[in-house]
Ligand binder design. Structure first.
Ligand SMILES: Cc1cc2nc3c(=O)[nH]c(=O)nc-3n(C[C@H](O)[C@H](O)[C@H](O)COP(=O)(O)OP(=O)(O)OC[C@H]3O[C@@H](n4cnc5c(N)ncnc54)[C@H](O)[C@@H]3O)c2cc1C
Length: 388
C-alpha cells in the first residue's frame, strides 16, 4: 500500500466546511490535508440551495463581510449575487417575516417592504398572487458547485492537499492526543485533526469519546428549464428556498424533509415523486409565470441537524488537538465564516471575530437520551414502530 505523507492538520470531510477550513489554514501557510471518502462536494455541499443569509447565527457578520469578497479572495468565481427577496401570500406571513427581520436590523442590516407593483418589477415571474414581500439589503446566494471547486483549487494553490476516495475509519492516539487517522489507504499522521464530516461527524467524534447528537434528514431540490433572467435571482417564499441560476433555471427546494436513521447515511438519495411534485406545485404558486416550465432535473441530499439547530464548532479538551465542526443545515452560506472560525480554533485556540460559545458541544450534556423521539425527528420506520 502507498504511504501517504502526513500533514500538520488533517481535515476529515471534503464538503464546504472542511474545504473552507483547509483554505483558511493553507493561506496561512499551514500544511493541511483534506481527506474525502468520495468526491468533494458530493454530499449536501454540492446539493444545496446556495443561500447565504443567516442572520440568526453568531457568524452572520463575518458571513456578510466575506461573501462579496470571496471571488477575489479565492481567485475563482462563486457566482455570488447579493440581496434577497422574500414573498408573502398572506398578512400572517408578512408579520412573521417582519418579526424575523428585526433580528437582522438589530445587527445593522436593512430590509424594506415591497408592494405588489414593486414585486411585479423585481420578480416578473411572480405574477399577482403575492400580497407583499421584503427586499433584504443583505445576504444573497452563490453557486454551490463553483464555490466548492473554488475552495478546493484555492486551497491547493496555497500548497494544501485534497485526497479523494479515501475513507477515514478510525484514529491513532498517543499521549492524550490524536497522532494520526486510520484510512482505507493506510495511517496518515497529523499534529491536529478537524472532523468536518457532515452527518458523519457524530459517528467519527464518538470514536474519540465525544457524542455529537445529530439527526439526518433527506431533502430534495428541483431544477426547471431556463427562463428569462429576473433582476434578482434570490427569491424565497411559500416554504421554498432557492435561486435562479445564471442560465435562468429555477433551482428550488423545501420541506417536508424526511428523517433518516441516525447512522444510515446510505439511505437512497433518489428524489421521490410525491416530494418533487410538492415542491413543483409550491414553486408554481410562488412564481405563477413560471408554472409552464418543465422540471428538467432533481436530486436529494442529506441535511445534518443538531437538536437545537445550531452548528457545533468546538475544540475538544480531550484529546486537545481536535476541532469538531458540523453546521446543522446552514453550512453553505456560513462556510466562509465557519472556515475562518475553524482556522482560529486550530491555530489560536479561540475564535477571533465572533462569540461562538453557543456552538460548544457541552450545551448538549443534559440532553434527554430520547431527544429525537421528543422532537419527532425519527425515521418513518421508527415512527411506525412507536405507533404500533
Ligand atoms: C437540499 C439542500 C438544501 C440546502 N440549502 C442550503 C442553503 O440554501 N444554504 C445553506 O447555507 N445551507 C443549505 N443546506 C445545508 C448545507 O448544504 C450543509 O449545511 C453544508 O453543505 C454542510 O457542509 P459540510 O461540509 O459540513 O458537510 P457535507 O457537505 O455533508 O460534507 C461532509 C463530507 O465528509 C465526507 N465524509 C464523511 N465521512 C467521512 C469519512 N469517514 N472519511 C472521509 N470523508 C468523510 C462526506 O463524504 C462529505 O463529502 C442545504 C442542504 C441540502 C441537502
Amino acid at each position: 500500500m502507498e504511504q501517504v505523507r502526513g500533514a500538520s492538520v488533517v481535515i476529515v470531510g471534503g464538503g464546504v466546511t472542511g474545504l473552507s477550513a483547509g483554505w483558511w489554514l493553507a493561506r496561512d501557510g499551514v500544511d493541511v490535508l483534506v481527506i474525502e471518502k468520495g468526491m468533494i462536494g458530493w454530499e449536501a455541499s454540492g446539493r444545496n440551495g446556495g443561500g447565504c443569509s443567516h442572520h440568526h447565527s453568531p457568524l452572520f457578520m463575518e458571513e456578510q463581510r466575506l461573501w462579496p469578497q470571496m471571488d477575489a479572495l479565492l481567485g475563482y468565481p462563486t457566482e455570488f449575487a447579493p440581496s434577497r427577496i422574500r414573498l408573502a401570500s398572506s398578512e400572517h406571513q408578512m408579520g412573521l417575516y417582519a418579526r424575523a427581520l428585526r433580528n437582522a436590523e438589530r445587527q445593522g442590516f436593512r430590509s424594506e417592504i415591497l408592494d405588489p407593483k414593486q414585486i411585479r418589477e423585481l420578480v416578473p415571474l411572480a405574477g399577482d398572487t403575492m400580497i407583499g414581500g421584503f427586499f433584504y439589503h443583505f445576504g444573497g446566494h452563490a453557486n454551490p458547485h463553483r464555490t466548492l471547486q473554488g475552495y478546493a483549487w484555492a486551497l491547493q494553490d496555497h500548497g494544501g492537499r485534497v485526497m479523494q476516495h479515501c475513507a477515514v475509519t478510525g484514529f491513532r492516539m498517543a499521549g492524550g492526543k490524536v497522532t494520526g487517522v486510520e484510512t482505507d489507504r493506510g495511517v496518515i499522521a497529523c499534529d491536529q485533526l478537524v472532523i468536518a464530516a457532515g452527518p458523519q461527524t457524530g459517528r467519527l467524534s464518538a470514536m474519540l469519546g465525544h457524542e455529537v447528537p445529530m439527526a439526518s434528514a433527506r431533502a430534495e431540490m428541483i431544477v426547471t428549464e431556463p427562463l428569462p433572467l429576473m433582476p434578482y435571482g434570490g427569491v424565497d417564499g411559500n416554504g421554498l428556498y432557492g435561486r435562479q441560476t445564471l442560465r435562468g433555471n429555477l433551482a428550488y427546494g423545501g420541506g417536508p424533509h424526511e428523517w433518516l436513521d441516525v447512522l444510515d447515511n446510505s439511505a437512497p438519495a433518489k428524489p421521490a415523486t410525491p416530494l418533487m411534485g410538492h415542491i413543483g406545485r409550491r414553486l408554481a404558486e410562488l412564481l405563477p409565470r413560471a408554472s409552464h416550465a418543465r422540471i428538467i432535473r432533481s436530486w436529494a441530499g442529506v441535511i445534518e441537524n443538531t437538536p437545537d439547530g445550531r452548528p457545533v464548532i468546538d475544540r475538544l479538551t480531550s484529546p486537545d488537538n481536535v476541532v469538531v465542526a458540523t453546521l446543522s443545515s446552514v453550512g453553505f452560506g456560513l462556510s466562509p465564516a465557519s472556515g475562518h472560525a475553524i482556522r482560529d480554533l486550530v491555530v489560536d485556540g479561540a475564535c477571533s471575530f465572533a462569540d461562538i460559545s453557543s456552538f460548544k458541544l457541552a450545551r448538549f450534556a443534559e440532553l434527554e437520551p430520547n431527544w429525537r423521539e421528543l422532537q419527532g425527528w425519527q425515521a418513518l420506520a421508527a415512527q411506525e414502530a412507536l405507533a404500533a
